[in-house]
Ligand binder design. Structure first.
Ligand code: FBP
Length: 370
């Protein structure tokens, strides 16, 4: 007789796993439910974006100095409303808000949790129907503070009690961890319900692809340029060259990497030494998930989760994905890969990046440079 696939809703799974926490009182479950609700509302708008006035920009600029998209604001409002109404969140920090928001409702002001959120990740892809996402990180509030404040947000990533993302793609999924593995839930839009579809996700060791905005090539430091040359070098025994895959939505790029293996890089740039991605609500939550799935996440030298935050919207270079890939780029950044190693690579010498001269000597077609 054909085995009946056991279906588990997000709700059931949250309750089932509630007793994993020594301090569990159902509040974290409530919070995860609130995120599930806001994700469904945002999903509904994303799916019909072309039909409703939700595409395009608002004309405003946010604290990051970026143009604000209408869907950025819509998503921000939905998550803030759901979290404020749910009663489990006493403070919210969002990519779209300069300052943190204290939830002063009667039910929430004594709540235990702080949520840091990127309500709409991959904003540059909103209007072109490419996968976008939401990223969230959850801290417990510090016990010795009369009321929640900045210090509650500036805890290192090690203090996260839960983190996750929602990807609004060909299907909508919610993927999260509470420090006991990573699980993925797919939304059945006909029922408006998230069902467990990916239990205990593990990132493949094998590097299948690398993701970086190579348009920034001349802004990368020399070791990154060397690494990019090296991964393009033909070395079948080591699985090189790696495939280049870059969606431009970190959630979508890392979701692929979580399922297929690979490496995502957003290094520091000459004009932005800390790169683009924000530590508290982009790098930390994705690092928690990828580490829980057996991968690695660093700033090239230090574990992302051990970085001490100083500002709400601070940025960090990010190298994340399959452990092998992160360790490979780290070895270039730490100068462990000696010059002569590269000189051994025949083709490389024709377009070997020239330090401090801003990159590649142009190739004259038909003959190699001297
Ligand atoms: P937003 O949260 O504002 O969308 O910024 C983050 C992000 O869009 C990431 O999702 C993505 O990986 C990166 O910025 C793309 O940056 P760039 O356009 O410089 O490659």
């Amino acid at each position: 007789m054909e085995s009946v696939r056991q279906i588990v809703t997000l709700e059931q799974f949250i309750i089932e796993r509630e007793n994993e926490f020594s301090f569990s009182s159902g509040e974290l479950s409530q919070l995860l439910r609130d995120i599930g609700l806001a994700a469904r509302i945002v999903n509904r708008e994303v799916n019909k974006a072309g039909l409703v006035d939700i595409l395009g920009i608002t004309g405003e600029t946010n604290v990051q100095g970026e143009e604000v998209k209408k869907l950025d604001i819509f998503a921000n409002e939905q998550f803030i409303n759901a979290l404020s109404a749910g009663g489990a969140t006493c403070m919210i920090a969002s990519e779209e808000n300069e300052d943190f928001i204290r939830v002063n409702s009667l039910v929430s002001k004594n709540a235990k949790y702080i949520v840091m959120i990127d309500p709409l990740d991959g904003s540059s892809n909103i209007d072109v129907n490419v996968s976008i996402g939401t990223i969230f990180s959850i801290n417990r509030r510090l016990e010795n503070m009369p009321e929640p404040g900045l210090a509650d947000c500036l805890q290192s990533g090690m203090h996260q009690v839960a983190a996750g993302y929602v990807i609004y793609g060909s299907s909508t999924m919610l993927v999260y961890t509470t420090g006991f593995g990573v699980n993925g839930f797919t939304l059945d839009p006909s029922l408006g319900e998230f069902f467990l579809s990916h239990r205990n996700m593990q990132i493949p060791e094998k590097i299948n692809s690398y993701s970086i905005n190579e348009g920034n090539y001349f802004k990368f430091d020399y070791p990154i340029r060397r690494f990019l040359a090296w991964i393009k070098e033909e070395e079948k025994s080591e699985g090189r060259p790696y495939n280049a895959r870059y969606i431009g939505s970190m959630v979508a790029d890392l979701h692929r990497i979580l399922l297929k293996g690979g490496l995502f890089l957003y290094p520091g740039l000459k004009d932005a030494p800390n790169g683009k991605l924000r530590l508290l609500y982009e790098a930390n939550p994705m690092a928690f998930i990828i580490e829980q799935a057996g991968g690695k996440a660093t700033n090239g030298f230090q574990r992302i989760l051990e970085l001490t935050p100083h500002e709400l919207h601070q940025r960090t270079p990010l190298f994340i994905g399959s452990r092998k890939g992160v360790e490979e780029v780290e070895s270039f950044l730490k100068g462990d890969v000696k010059e002569h190693t590269l000189a051994l690579l025949p083709n490389l010498k024709y377009w070997h990046p020239v330090p401090e001269e801003g990159g590649i000597r142009p190739l004259k077609l038909g003959k190699a440079n001297p």
